[in-house]
Design a protein around this ligand. Structure first.
Ligand code: MN
Length: 285
């Protein structure tokens, strides 16, 4: 039977479509860990605010600076983690919470999500929002110029490899995680900044395939709002900030709010959260 080729027939099956009506807030790259108490405090205040002002919260990866398995985290959580999990659970009792995986916490799993009452976000999601369809991903998959990282990513994302790792005793898991982290930090020191940013062609292709006109991602720690043209149509790429209230010279963090008035990028200023100048609300469609 003849079927006209529509844009939807070209959409990959793996693209998960989620209906997220109402006021949606998205944050990523909070990098919670034992050495970031000020960041954790700011993040907990953010969660309380999200519970009051948003209808849904999505955390799009690298909420934790490291994750070596749900079992370890849930069995014997350190005090900082216990507090973070409690705050997430409080939030999830008020509004829907989605947890995505980043490159640091890609082992975060269904047990953790269940524990806090959240849902696991698919790797790439097409969000049907009040501001139109928005493509959401952590962002590391678009950094394709970083060949060594992409090779590492392909290996550690294999289910069999993850099962093997999670079957190891805690000491071995910690050792491997520390090794991988040192290796990555040493490698990144010598990489050109462009290599660690998203590839414009990969972004364009992802937007084209999704049919969305806006992409939101984190990972690169380069918050901003970029206009681009794809097939003659104006599109946008919004980049979430990373959070650091402990080590950075100026504290940083923020989120993106989405509602029927459009998308808005927020950051922490001296007097508290404020919209990023020049990034006033704009519609995704
Ligand atoms: Mn990341």
């Amino acid at each position: 039977m003849f079927r006209p080729k529509t844009s939807s027939s070209r959409k990959p099956r793996s693209l998960n479509r989620l209906a997220i009506p109402g006021r949606l807030w998205i944050a990523s790259d909070v990098h919670l860990g034992p050495d970031a108490p000020a960041t954790a405090a700011a993040f907990q205040a953010f969660l309380e605010r999200a519970g009051r002002e948003a209808d849904t919260l999505i955390l799009a990866g690298d909420i934790f600076d490291a994750w070596i398995g749900d079992d370890v985290a849930l069995r014997e959580p350190d005090p900082w983690l216990l507090a973070a999990l409690a705050a997430l659970r409080r939030l999830a009792a008020r509004i829907p919470l989605w947890l995505g995986r980043g490159n640091r916490d890609f082992l975060l799993g269904a047990d953790l999500a269940r524990h806090v009452g959240a849902r696991l976000l698919p790797e790439t999601a097409l969000l049907d929002t009040d501001a139109g369809p928005i493509l959401l991903a952590h962002g590391d998959e678009y950094c394709i110029a970083d060949h060594s990282y992409q090779r590492f990513r392909r290996i550690v994302r294999r289910r069999g490899m993850q099962r093997l790792y999670l079957a190891l005793p805690l000491r071995a898991r910690k050792g491997i995680a520390a090794w991988a982290r040192n290796r990555s930090m040493n490698a990144n020191r010598y990489k050109a900044p462009d290599i660690m940013d998203v590839d414009p062609a990969a972004v364009a292709e992802a937007l084209r395939r999704s049919g969305a006109r806006a992409l939101i991602h984190g990972h690169t720690h380069r918050p901003g709002r970029h206009g681009l043209w794809i097939d003659g149509k104006p599109c946008e790429r919004l980049v979430l900030p990373d959070w650091d209230f402990d080590h950075a010279e100026t504290r940083r963090g923020g989120w993106i709010s989405i509602d029927r008035n459009g998308l808005r990028l927020w950051r922490y200023g001296p007097g508290g959260p404020e919209p990023v100048p020049g990034n006033e609300a704009g519609a995704a469609v």
